[in-house]
Design a protein around this ligand. Structure first.
Ligand code: GLN
Length: 362
């Protein structure tokens, strides 16, 4: 069935619908990864967004049972230059088209994604609809409202969940829309992880007796998450804490920094980031549309990482507390694992605290 993407600036891009043929609405963003579409489809950070892949052929290794970042896709639409309908991979169970159809997600393929990306790069982030071409006449009346402000509540777990019970160090992970590979990375390093809903109280978290706190990634504008900031601050003042992406933005906001919307964000698997302490550059996986602002950065926070291409802040650490965070994804998936060392740094901080507690109790 013929379909079309209609942007709020009036531009239209034609293609063929795959998956669901229902209309869908969202902020249209682009991702430059050559692979990793399964992880992108299921990363809850994309809730409310229509993701366009710049790599021309998507779907060629199908969809498997192992690489999901969540139980279901949260993005509202998916756009490709060409969608492969005959995947070849020993793990593949269904095609991209079948997966989108199973979950009622509208896809559009055969799109001139190069022209689409140029449009977004020039105009900045744009909202849009994907719909069957037969309904195009209705487009005149379309409104382009802001994305919902409660995306985190939508995607966050409703119930507490534990993995790797009996692990040496106990991490409580605040789920703002966590990718499975964050808890997975911690579990692989021997931690027990308790995943809790975003709004869990400090008292409930303290009762779990964590050794450290992990703040997850998540969708939407970090400024819409003000209700969590007192909790984040108190946790950072009490436990070793590590934040990723939205978790990074919330740590910075909790200590008085500001966040702002970027022109079109960073979404890809090869973003260069410099560790300002060592001077080393890591190639990182990224997916964000907001960043911590230079202006008004509080004295308590130090910038630890910067994006090599545009100089934006990619990591901060508290000056006196064992709390740090990064804008990129050390858990990779999709993408390189250059920054895995950050998990080890977090573990070292937890071990140090545990050690000093043991000494002081003897
Ligand atoms: N992956 C994330 O956690 C994204 C954080 C935030 N929603 C942003 O777009 O900047």
């Amino acid at each position: 069935m013929k379909g079309v993407l209609v942007l709020e600036n009036g531009r239209q891009f034609r293609g063929e619908l795959i998956g669901s043929s229902d209309w869908s609405y969202g902020e249209v963003v682009f991702h430059t990864g050559m692979t990793g579409y399964q992880e992108i489809l299921t990363d809850p950070s994309y809730a409310g967004q229509i993701v366009a892949m710049t790599y021309p052929l998507i779907g060629n290794y199908g969809i498997n049972e192992q690489d999901f970042e969540a139980k279901r896709p949260w993005l509202t639409g998916f756009i490709t230059g060409e969608a492969c309908d005959s995947p070849s991979h020993f793990r593949s169970k269904v095609t991209l088209h079948e997966y989108l159809a199973q979950h009622g997600i509208t896809g559009l393929t055969g799109v001139n994604t190069r022209a689409l990306v140029k449009t977004i790069r020039e105009a900045g982030s744009l909202k849009g609809y994907v719909l069957p071409e037969s309904r195009l006449a209705e487009a005149e009346q379309f409104q382009y409202p802001a994305l919902p402000r409660d995306l985190v509540q939508m995607v966050s777990t409703k119930e507490m969940r534990r993995i790797n019970v009996g692990g040496e160090l106990h991490v409580v992970l605040l789920d703002f829309g966590a990718k499975e590979n964050i808890s997975g990375s911690l579990a692989r390093l021997g931690c027990q992880v308790t995943i809790v809903p975003a709004g869990t109280s400090f008292e409930k978290i303290a009762a779990l007796q964590p050794d450290g706190i992990m703040l997850s990634n998540g969708p939407g504008d970090p400024a819409d998450c003000a209700e969590y900031l007192p909790l984040v601050k108190k946790l950072a003042e009490t436990y070793p804490l590590f934040g990723i992406c939205l978790g990074h933005q919330l740590l910075a906001l909790a200590f008085g920094a500001q966040t702002g919307k970027m022109g079109f964000g960073h979404r890809g698997s090869n973003h260069p980031v410099q560790d300002l302490q060592t001077g080393k550059v890591w190639i990182t996986s990224q997916n964000h549309g907001y960043s911590v602002q230079e202006h008004g950065l509080p004295h308590g926070l130090v910038v630890t990482h910067r994006h090599v291409n545009d100089g934006t802040i990619e990591g901060v650490a508290h000056q006196s507390l064992p709390a740090f965070s990064v804008q990129f994804h050390p858990e990779a998936c999709p993408g390189p694992q250059d920054a895995e060392i950050l998990f080890h740094r977090f573990l070292a901080g937890m071990k140090e605290r545990k050690g000093s507690q043991l000494v002081s109790s003897t």
